[in-house]
Design a protein around this ligand. Structure first.
Ligand SMILES: [Zn+2]
Length: 135
């Protein structure tokens, strides 16, 4: 359970920091609102395959659908209150933590490599905020 919380918090925090709004909404609307992957894909003009991928990753980390839903319910508001640090500028992304431009496909790996401490602090705060005591 403890590992699942951290894994899901990490996944959601990364998506929030790089400002991947569609991934966050797809996960939330499927697990918390009960929308279908095809309805979500249609609404956000993305592929059903991508939507299913995001959902599946969160469910895998939780172990099952029910635990994923419970954990997301608590984590989601705290994840959404974080300010994204990656801002789109034309077809590049500006990392506001170090003022470096990166390609959109490199946004997550840039954060993971260069701002590990920062990410871990954000994750810790999200988990404390969600009052998941185990952490
Ligand atoms: Zn940076």
């Amino acid at each position: 359970m403890e590992e699942s919380i951290i894994a899901i918090a990490r996944y959601m925090v990364m998506k929030r920091l790089i400002n991947d709004v569609i991934a966050l909404l797809a996960i939330k609307e499927y697990l918390l609102d009960g929308s279908s992957p095809s309805a979500i894909a249609f609404k956000y003009k993305t592929s059903k395959f991508k939507v299913r991928g995001h959902i599946q990753r969160v469910i895998d980390k939780a172990g099952n659908y029910r635990v994923a839903t419970k954990l997301l319910e608590r984590l989601y508001p705290h994840v959404m209150s974080i300010e994204p640090v990656m801002l789109r500028s034309g077809n590049r992304i500006l990392c506001t933590l170090c003022n470096t431009y990166v390609r959109p496909s490199d946004a997550e790996s840039h954060l993971r490599k260069k701002h590990k401490e920062f990410i871990n602090n954000v994750i810790r705060n999200v988990i404390i905020g969600a009052s998941v005591k185990e952490f």
